[in-house]
Ligand binder design. Structure first.
Ligand code: MRU
Length: 351
């Protein structure tokens, strides 16, 4: 728990519980403005997740866990000892805020498991302790994945990353950016090429901001520039995070990751997916079963408030795609590394 609230959010302090409220760095404003948004109730947290105030699979799980704490407070104030029934609508609201990242449902399910074991007394202290644990465990998992992922890289090499899988997309340190941080620290990464990541520009706005803040050399490139960069040589790895990994090792991640993995295979570049086991969904046999979020086409038709396409132009805006396991060289989790993932290997990992 945070005793003092920093004046502005930093990459590693983008979600904080302070004074009974949840503070989230408003990621829609970064890097121009680093500002916290304070949240007091679960519907507010659900809306913050939907509207991309907080984004990135593990980070929305952490935010939802704190959202359950706020839901419990509301339910206990309204219903007293009958709070168990009163909390259910808020749990559903949180779990359904976005569909693809399974960390969200995972976190709400874990909090609901504790709720089922609690008695009629005020649930907030116990639920807050659990939310803080989820947050701390995610940070620790990222550190572990950083070490494991860095161990796979024989450098020095350049790497490409897509979207933002950094500290602000997680409980801290980052998944893909955690691996990059750890590998850079031991001289294995020379430079990071960050895809800008249309249409939300997570690469341009967030990954570039985080890596520059950490003093790690970063060069921004248009999403379509990855092929010619790989053809030129020097790039050893594509390193990305994930929103959901199916039982057979198929990986959902930000739209464009699939294309990047195809390019990587063609050019002999390896693909590493760094994600905690809270991202693995053993209930789904393959990536085709992963629900892919479709967002408002307006996100594509305009940029920074300026309309790009002619009025009336149709647009499709799936914001994730699925990379088949066959194109993934390594899945790195806090429990260990799975090389060339298959159903059997994923089962062995998950136990
Ligand atoms: O739509 P977003 O910004 O939530 O998408 C995020 C991603 O695709 C990340 O790569 C993924 O969540 C891994 S974050 C550690």
């Amino acid at each position: 728990m945070q005793t003092t609230l920093p004046a502005v959010p930093t990459p590693d302090d983008a979600a904080l519980w302070h004074g009974g409220r949840l503070y989230l760095a408003d990621q829609r404003l970064l890097p121009d403005r680093a500002e916290f948004l304070a949240l007091d109730d679960a519907p507010g947290v659900a809306e913050a997740i939907r509207a991309m105030v907080v984004r990135g699979a593990p980070a929305i799980g952490v935010a939802a866990a704190y959202g359950v704490v706020l839901a419990a407070r509301t339910a206990y104030r309204a219903a007293g000892p009958a709070w168990h029934d009163a909390i259910t609508p808020d749990l559903d609201l949180l779990a359904q805020a976005r569909p693809t990242a399974v960390n969200l449902a995972w976190a709400v399910r874990r909090m609901a498991g504790l709720i089922a074991r609690l008695d009629a007394a005020d649930p907030e202290p116990a639920l807050l302790a659990e939310a803080l644990s989820i947050h701390a465990e995610d940070r620790a998992a990222n550190r572990r994945m950083g070490d494991l992922g860095a161990g796979l890289i024989t450098g020095p090499t350049d790497v490409i990353t897509h979207c933002n899988a950094g500290a602000i997309a997680t409980g801290g340190y980052g998944t893909a950016l955690g691996v990059i941080r750890s590998a850079y620290a031991v001289g294995k990464v020379r430079r990071v090429y960050a895809d800008e990541t249309r249409p939300w520009m997570q690469g341009a706005r967030l990954t570039a901001w985080e890596l520059m803040d950490s003093g790690i050399p970063v060069t921004l490139q248009a999403d379509g520039a990855a092929a010619s960069l790989m053809a030129g040589g020097g790039v050893g790895w594509v390193i990305v995070g994930s929103d959901r990994i199916a039982a057979n090792g198929d990986v959902a991640n930000k739209i464009g990751t699939y294309g990047l993995a195809i390019l990587a295979r063609y050019h002999g570049v390896k693909v590493m997916v760094a994600a905690p086991t809270s991202t693995v969904d053993m209930d789904l046999s393959c990536g085709g079963d992963i629900p892919i979020e479709e967002r408002d086409p307006e996100e594509l038709l305009s940029c920074g408030g300026r309309r790009l396409a002619p009025a009336g132009c149709a647009a499709r805006n799936p914001v994730f795609d699925v990379t088949p396991a066959a194109l993934v060289d390594a899945i790195v989790t806090e429990r260990g590394v799975v090389l060339a993932p298959t159903l059997e290997k994923m089962r062995a990992l998950m136990g």
